[in-house]
Design a protein around this ligand. Structure first.
Ligand SMILES: Cc1ncc(COP(=O)(O)O)c(C=O)c1O
Length: 459
């Protein structure tokens, strides 16, 4: 082990102390609910490098969560390390403007089609909160239209009809879906009436929604590729149609590119599909592990923000030099290292191999990937069009039995991680080598061999 990582080793006595402290003082012994993986619970990690994590017992695993999609350059990217060290020489965390702040905004404008202006935030949740506020201010309207199963962070306004919701909402006569809260503690009576929830990839319902409510829709917000419910791409022409309906109604179109951003080139899904939203939110891979996020968009709308306009968007920790330098280094390193090409190639390879393995072992499944976020939908070979179809066809019991083997005995971390109603995608990074992928696929085959499909209980 590298000397720098030696210090990550904990002796037995300190480990016991740390575990007792976590059990006593961390809620549920985790720092974030998501870390308590469904089915297998939490794993205490001592250190991470490249695409690998080591637990405190010294077990090495190949990581297929990769910071929930953030860590395209791996766990210890040298370029970001160097940039952060350099930034610390000029002030640990000041958040005033520096020459680098403007350069980061320029870089985003060069990469992202809609990004004439940028304002930084610290998390995706903050970014979507502010994007919606800008849309309401600009249009003077109340309603936000979102899609069932699309997740936009834990901000109260949008935490309905999400992938983690325990129940599916009732479908109304017009095809819109009753908002089911994604957490306890939401003021449902106050917030649910401000949302319209539509099924993804269904233009008829969208047309009806705009016909009835278009005059009061401030914005449509969407994951342009639904990556929180496995992986569901928009059908051909769908994004273009949403774009034109929003424009006709005078509503803003917001792409939540927090997952799609910087996985398939610098332009996000808007670059890939050639549909330019009015506003877009970025996070995750924008910092490759550095906590940074942004709202970007057309100047006409972004200038609603104070001090030009009167929409507040600021924060004590917003735009710290470490984050700005880290994000600049992340964007440059992804581009210069060929990370996007590598991700695209590896994505196609893993998709094809998973399809072939599942077929060889008689497991009905649909596999699709976007920039290394790969949805493995076990239960049917039919392509799901939206969240409801994912839920209806998923053979969770079988999926869970595969996942257990892969996690408990085969050294894969988060590969095929099951959530409540749908699978979490497998997350590739640019540092998963061909050898890492081969090893993983071998282990996947071992699990498939040991888990005949017909013995599983169908859902
Ligand atoms: C599409 C999307 N939007 C927003 C968020 C929230 O981002 P954050 O966790 O940084 O608040 C997430 C997080 O998973 C996400 O996947």
């Amino acid at each position: 082990m590298e000397p720098a990582l030696e210090s990550a080793k904990w002796d037995e006595a300190r480990l016991r102390q740390a575990e007792a402290a976590a059990q006593a003082h961390l809620v549920g012994a985790v720092v974030s609910s998501w870390n308590n993986f469904q089915v297998t619970g939490r794993t205490v990690i001592s250190h991470a490098d490249g695409c690998r994590v080591w637990d405190v017992a010294g077990r090495e695993r190949i990581d297929w969560v990769m910071g929930w999609g953030s860590l395209i350059l791996g766990h210890r990217p040298a370029a970001i390390h160097d940039a952060v060290m350099e930034a610390m020489r000029f002030g640990l965390g000041y958040m005033y403007e520096s020459p680098r702040t403007g350069m980061l905004a320029r870089r985003m404008a060069e990469l992202v089609p809609c990004a004439e202006r940028m304002r930084l935030a610290n998390s995706g949740t903050e970014a979507t909160l502010h994007a919606v506020r800008i849309a309401r201010a600009v249009t003077g309207r109340r309603l936000i239209l979102k899609f069932e199963g699309h997740f936009h962070g834990l901000n109260d306004y949008l935490l309905f009809g999400v992938d983690g919701a325990k129940l599916l909402g009732e479908i109304n006569d017009d095809g819109l879906i009753d908002p089911v809260p994604g957490s306890a503690g939401l003021p449902v009576d106050a917030l649910a009436p401000l949302l319209l929830i539509a099924p993804f990839n269904d233009l008829d319902v969208l047309e009806r929604a705009f016909a009835k409510y278009g005059h009061d829709i401030a914005a449509v917000i969407m994951e342009p590729v639904a990556l929180n419910v496995g992986c569901i791409a928009p059908e051909p022409g769908y994004l273009q149609a949403v774009r034109s309906m929003a424009s006709q109604a005078g509503s803003l179109l917001i792409f939540d590119e927090i997952l799609t951003g910087f996985r398939l080139g610098g332009g996000g899904a808007q670059g890939k599909f050639g549909v330019v939203p009015d506003l877009a939110c970025f996070g995750k891979a924008m910092g490759c592990g550095i906590p940074v996020a942004a709202v970007c968009g057309k100047a006409a709308y972004m200038d609603a923000l104070s001090p030009v306009g009167s929409v507040e968007m600021a924060g004590t920790n917003t735009g710290r030099q470490l984050a700005v330098s880290g994000a600049l280094a992340a964007l440059d390193a992804m581009e210069s290292s060929g990370a996007w090409h590598r991700l695209a190639v590896a994505n196609d390879r893993v998709v094809a191999a998973c399809r072939a393995l599942l077929q060889r072992h008689g497991v009905p499944a649909y596999v699709e990937g976007f920039g290394g976020r790969i949805g493995v939908h076990i239960g049917s070979e039919q392509r799901p069009r939206n969240f409801r179809e994912v839920v209806a066809r998923w053979n969770r019991d079988y999926h869970v039995s595969l996942y257990r083997k892969l996690h408990d005995t085969l050294g894969l971390f988060g590969f095929l991680l099951p959530l409540g109603p749908c699978p979490e995608p497998i997350t590739l990074s640019a540092v998963h080598s061909d050898q890492d992928i081969d090893t993983t696929l071998d282990r996947f085959e071992t699990a498939l061999r040991a888990t005949p499909y017909q013995t599983a209980r169908m859902p």
